[in-house]
Design a protein around this ligand. Structure first.
Ligand code: SAM
Length: 215
């Protein structure tokens, strides 16, 4: 279910403007193929964060077909965008869709492992903005690995944390199929809300987003 009133969402979506015709086409392709790309209001919030913070280095966990990476690369022409995707078929699509951007690097592999390798590599530069948008049951692992590659004062944004309100109330999980995901996501949200490394806000935007500023 939608985590906010449908009328509110329809109104906000009516105000949505894509950053370019190319992005509008890529969003249409993603939606046509049922690829779980970022929702319109989440996209606009990320663009605002980019304009506010002017990040030089952005890291994305979960590329799919490259839609949000293309948004980042368009909104932050000055930035270097690194995006990590585990699924080779999605990675191939993303490579094609991102070919026109010279400020994006796609890494194929498990994001937690890639981030741990980056953290152990003294030559690897840290990131100003990290966007976590991948397997929900692994958010804690992604978060811990991300702490090793984010700059002090940097920001970690996590998407889909309210899981269509199932995180808030298990009765929305009618067949009990998401019990494990719900348990892990609740533990994760409590962890980032209480942890000493960051100041976190939980927002009912899109499917629920957290914004954590790293101390
Ligand atoms: C919600 S989609 C990403 C959508 C994309 N951020 C966008 O908005 O255009 C999540 C993606 O994360 C990928 N993924 C899942 N687990 C992963 C992992 N451990 N490392 C890297 N990617 C992962 C999935 O294959 C999937 O393509």
């Amino acid at each position: 279910m939608n985590i906010v009133n449908d009328k509110v969402t329809d109104y906000i979506y009516g105000l949505y403007r894509p950053l370019s015709d190319e992005l509008a086409d890529l969003r249409a392709e993603g939606e046509r193929r049922y690829v779980p790309i970022i929702l319109r209001d989440s996209e606009r919030l990320l663009i605002s964060l980019i304009e506010m913070n002017r990040p030089e280095r952005i890291l994305e966990i979960g590329t799919a077909i490259g839609y949000s990476a293309a948004v980042f690369a368009t909104a932050a022409r000055q930035a270097k965008v690194v995006t990590i995707e585990i699924d080779p078929l999605y990675a191939a699509d993303a490579r094609a869709n991102l070919a026109g951007f010279d400020n994006v690097t796609l890494i194929e592999g498990d994001a937690a492992r890639v981030m741990r390798d980056m953290a152990n590599d003294e030559e690897s530069e840290k990131f100003d903005l990290i966007f976590i948008d991948a397997a929900k049951s692994h958010y804690m692992e992604f978060w811990k690995a991300a702490l090793g590659v984010v700059k002090k004062g940097g920001v970690i944004v996590c998407d889909n944390i309210l899981m269509q309100a199932k995180t808030v109330d298990s009765s929305y999980d009618e067949r009990g199929r998401f019990e494990t995901n719900i348990k892990y996501m609740r533990e994760f949200i409590e962890h980032i809300s209480d942890c000493e490394e960051a100041t976190t806000s939980i927002l009912p935007v899109g499917d629920g987003m957290s914004i954590s500023v790293i101390k």
